[in-house]
Design a protein around this ligand. Structure first.
Ligand code: SF4
Ligand code: SF4
Length: 365
């Protein structure tokens, strides 16, 4: 055992031993348990589960709504507005339409508010949506954790494949942004109020209910790749995550490392699913950081790695982060409900007519 003199002060020493990892690297480990940081409860896991259950609830409600449409009633079955959270392109158009006209479209208003809430979370709290709320993020995480159990570890693509592949999500985002930005307010309005947009959620349901073999193969391939590589979909292909990553660059909350008390053990970098070199950075500004707290939980030294607004400040615990996240997300949703803009203005009877003509409703452009 050695005594490691940190950069905090002349007298700040930690009992460490040097261990060699499987890959040949040497790291320092604190040997005296009383110096170790206590592990907190997995609040993020509970929050992820909570949002997964909400998603399942929305899915079941939407299924019952579609069944009511197929049976011609009863008209008392309500469509869950939360389903609009799965229409991000329509929401992007709604936001641009709002910027140009000051009007929240009444076809998918919940989609608009969910989109605004998610952007606000990213602007202030890094890409927390991806690792705390998004059910796809939760499934991706569960898959690579299962893969690690299955194969003993996860894998990483070589840099020359990883870097260009990571740009794929930004290219997709650029394409969507460009396509929406060239539309005038009139064109946006005519799309948003078109029959196609009105039934976009029902079409999405039909896509999955009658999924083609080709789509199944692609989804199967993504699942297999997600077993091997951490967050494969989120890291390489999700344009929504790319947008949130760009928004998160201005976030005042960041992972910050107190260099003076850091023992250079490298555990934070090893734990980071985004492969960020946390142990070499003063603060993590990267668009790839999804505020998952894995590095914070891995760091053995108290008050050395935190999610905070300023270096050296006591960071936000997972519990406090979760409360802030709920505050922003449900605050925006609450405003939408209070001002009567959460549910759309389409009646059951109008849905019924649209549903009967679903096959004939095609893209507005
Ligand atoms: S481990 Fe830390 S740096 Fe890496 S993505 Fe999670 S919060 Fe960000
Ligand atoms: S910040 Fe990273 S390298 Fe430094 S002590 Fe914590 S886990 Fe180890």
């Amino acid at each position: 055992m050695d005594l490691y003199r940190t950069k905090l002060s002349e007298t700040h020493v930690l009992p460490v031993t040097t261990v060699r990892l499987k890959d040949g690297r040497q790291i320092k480990k604190i040997t005296d348990k009383s110096f170790l940081k206590r592990k907190g409860p997995d609040i993020r896991g509970y929050v992820q589960l909570f949002f997964l259950l909400i998603t399942i609830w929305i899915g079941v409600d939407f299924y019952l709504f579609i069944r009511a449409l197929a049976n011609g009633g009863p008209s008392t079955v309500m469509r869950p507005p939360g389903v609009e959270g799965f229409l991000p392109i329509s929401a992007l158009m709604s936001v641009r339409y709002f910027i140009l006209t000051g009007i929240v479209n009444h076809i998918h208003p919940a989609g608009f508010f969910i989109f605004v809430a998610v952007i606000l979370v990213s602007l202030f709290m890094k890409k927390g949506f991806c690792s705390w709320i998004c059910p796809v993020g939760f499934i991706s995480e569960s898959l690579y954790e299962f893969g690690a159990k299955l194969f003993g570890r996860n894998f990483a693509l070589p840099k020359w494949v990883d870097v260009p592949l990571r740009s794929l999500k930004y290219i997709l985002l650029g394409f969507f942004f460009f396509s929406v930005s060239v539309l005038s307010a009139e064109e946006l309005g005519s799309f948003l109020h078109s029959d196609f947009n009105k039934v976009a959620d029902i079409k999405m349901y039909m896509f999955f209910a009658n999924i083609s073999t080709f789509s199944l193969v692609i989804i199967g391939l993504l699942i297999v790749l997600s077993l091997f590589y951490k967050n494969f979909w989120c890291r390489y292909a999700c344009p929504y995550g790319a947008l949130l990553g760009i928004a998160s660059l201005v976030s005042p909350l960041k992972i910050r490392r107190v260099e003076e008390s850091c023992i250079d053990c490298g555990l934070c970098s090893q734990a980071c699913p985004s492969g960020l070199p946390v142990d070499k950075l003063g603060s993590v500004s990267s668009a790839e950081c999804n505020a998952c707290y894995s590095c914070v939980e891995a760091c053995p030294v108290r008050n050395t790695l935190n999610m905070s607004v300023r270096s050296g400040r006591r960071g936000l615990s997972q519990r406090q982060y979760a409360m802030l996240l709920f505050g922003i997300y449900f605050g925006v949703v609450g405003v939408a409900v209070l001002v009567g803009l959460w549910r759309n203005s389409i009646s059951f009877n109008e849905y019924l007519i649209l549903f009967r003509n679903l096959g004939a409703i095609s893209h507005a452009f």
